[in-house]
Ligand binder design. Structure first.
Ligand SMILES: C[S@@+](CC[C@H](N)C(=O)[O-])C[C@H]1O[C@@H](n2cnc3c(N)ncnc32)[C@H](O)[C@@H]1O
Length: 267
């Protein structure tokens, strides 16, 4: 099987403060040396192993980036997963496409602003979105759409950057966790090259959060927003070193008891 690329016309209406093209080129190198990102992947893997999937699992990743989270779905469910990768950035999508192809995964690409994306109602068993929603215009509208796209009882697995990042603090963290394995020279070389590019974009993210162009929130605020929109929130916590929040939610059905999700919390 090969990956399927169905490129829908991109919405160029809003000027994004962040250059996601530059971000993409350094993204996986920095994710590889970021233990906090690896924890996010590990927690998602744990979640996937705990859910019950009878036949097929249809998954949409909103702001899927370089494809790391759909790769997890593919590796857990292989041919049983039907996956849709939604992201507005062409470079991110190319990186993801190369990974999916190498892993022989069939993935449908939608290269579009998530704000204007549209899918048939009740078409996904799971919507995943990891540290992307904050950057999408009108995130609450997007969350409302995701609820519509989910089948009754379907899962929303949401991780979102809620607080402003401290670039200096992140740099110290990455040094602390990499010098032993990579050595000083390699660690500093990555941070001076890829790290510098990413930090410049992260500063733009922080500025956009400060201006309110990008969404920022506390953990309870995220939970309240999701409940107001009609989700059943089964797990809510801070993650990603306190900068992000994780919410595991379900689209309500008659039989969807809120306690069910307690068993699905990442551990
Ligand atoms: C920090 S990356 C996260 C990528 C991936 N979810 C992960 O965790 O590895 C944020 C992603 O959101 C995408 N993005 C930003 N604004 C978007 C929008 N309006 N519509 C769709 N994707 C968007 C970017 O292109 C980028 O790939």
């Amino acid at each position: 099987m090969s990956s399927i690329a169905s490129f829908i016309q991109r919405d160029a209406g809003s000027a994004d403060p962040v250059d996601w093209n530059s971000y993409a080129k350094c993204y996986d190198v920095l994710c590889g040396m970021n233990p906090a990102y690896q924890v996010l992947l590990q927690e998602f893997r744990t979640f996937l192993r705990r859910i019950e999937v009878r036949e097929e699992l249809s998954v949409l990743d909103v702001g899927a980036g370089s494809g790391n989270f759909l790769m997890e779905v593919g590796s857990e469910f292989s041919d049983r997963a039907s996956m849709t990768h939604l992201d507005a950035d062409g470079v991110m999508n190319e990186l993801a496409n190369a990974k999916y192809r190498k892993a022989n995964l069939q993935v449908t690409f939608v290269e579009e602003n998530a704000r204007v994306a549209n899918f048939p109602a009740a078409s996904f068993d799971m919507v995943v979105s990891v540290n992307a929603l904050y950057a999408i215009p009108e995130p609450k509208t997007v969350l409302r759409s995701c609820l519509t796209w989910l089948k009754p009882g379907g899962y929303l697995y949401l991780v979102n950057l809620g607080r402003m990042q401290n670039t200096f603090e992140w740099t110290l963290y990455l040094i602390r966790h990499n010098v032993k394995t990579l050595g000083w020279l390699r660690t500093l070389s990555i941070l001076m090259n890829e790290g510098r590019t990413l930090s410049a974009q992260n500063r733009k993210i922080t500025q956009a959060q400060a201006k309110g162009t990008y969404w920022s929130h506390s953990t309870p605020e995220l939970g309240a927003t999701l409940r107001e929109l009609g989700y059943v929130v089964t797990h809510l916590d801070t993650c990603y070193r306190g900068y992000s929040d994780i919410a595991i939610c379900r689209r309500p059905t008659d039989t969807c008891a809120p306690t069910l999700g307690d068993k699905l919390a990442p551990q």
